[in-house]
Design a protein around this ligand. Structure first.
Ligand SMILES: Cc1cc2nc3c(=O)[nH]c(=O)nc-3n(C[C@H](O)[C@H](O)[C@H](O)COP(=O)(O)O)c2cc1C
Length: 225
């Protein structure tokens, strides 16, 4: 980052299934040289534990995050962590120089709280701040099916300027592994805020390309994994 002012993206992880989406987004941001401020809701600790076996601890967040992302701790220098109950955290103020916020994955509870401006925890507070400061907010909702009240909340978020981006992988990129489908969604999240990446292969107007890529062994990614 040099001497330039640090301007992070806030990544809010709420307690929906889909913690691999968050891991891929964080890896993608760091690979693009972006700084990350991380907020993990209380419920997200349950989904992280359930989906990865990792107990995410405030006091040992760097170790736990490294294990979760499957990266070395030295690769997390540009990550700052804020406990979900810390309403005095930097990003809870509009004067904090955040670029915007990505809520990945977003629960229907987080969708409701953000749409209604509840600010019941730091994640929801930062999302409200992001909207009031007219900064980019991406809400990667994960639930199916959706009930009527969540649909109304999603329309409200759209009206307030947020990008509603369902965790809904497309298959036209030729992804044949879970990792490739996860990276597709993460790549679309990064697309929404203009962060460059090569997490999925883009549509190039050629029908049948997805099947040929799958036959050739997958879609591939920038990370080469
Ligand atoms: C294992 C597990 C999976 C869950 N998956 C979802 C989900 O996919 N979508 C959702 O909206 N809520 C899901 N929930 C419920 C939320 O965690 C719960 O509503 C919680 O209050 C959300 O809080 P948060 O928005 O502060 O993270 C899940 C809970 C658990 C324990």
């Amino acid at each position: 980052m040099g001497t330039a002012k640090r301007q992070p993206w806030v990544v809010g992880v709420s307690g929906a299934s889909g913690t691999p989406y968050a891991a891929s987004v964080i890896r993608g941001l760091l690979a693009a040289g972006e700084a990350v401020d991380l907020v993990v809701s209380r419920a997200a600790r349950l989904t992280i534990l359930d989906e990865t076996g990792i107990s995410f601890r405030d006091a040992h967040w760097r170790t736990d995050l490294a294990a979760w992302l499957a990266v070395d701790e030295s690769g997390l220098e540009d990550v700052r962590y804020w406990p979900a109950g810390d309403f005095a955290a930097g990003p809870s103020s509009g004067s904090y120089p955040a670029k915007g916020m990505l809520v990945v994955p977003a629960t229907t509870g987080a969708v409701a709280g953000i749409a209604l401006g509840l600010s019941k925890d730091l994640l929801q507070r930062v999302a409200s701040v992001t909207l009031k400061e007219r900064r980019p907010l991406v809400v990667c909702v994960r639930e199916t099916p959706l009930n009527g009240v969540t649909l109304k909340h999603l329309v409200e978020l759209d009206a307030q300027g947020a990008v509603v981006l369902p965790a809904s992988p497309g298959f036209y990129a030729g992804g044949s592994t879970v990792r490739e489908l996860v990276d597709f969604v993460a790549g679309r999240v990064l697309d929404a805020v203009g962060v460059p990446h090569s997490l999925y292969l883009r549509w190039e107007g050629e029908l049948g390309a997805a099947a040929r890529r799958s036959d050739a062994g997958g879609a591939g990614s920038a990370e080469g994994e």
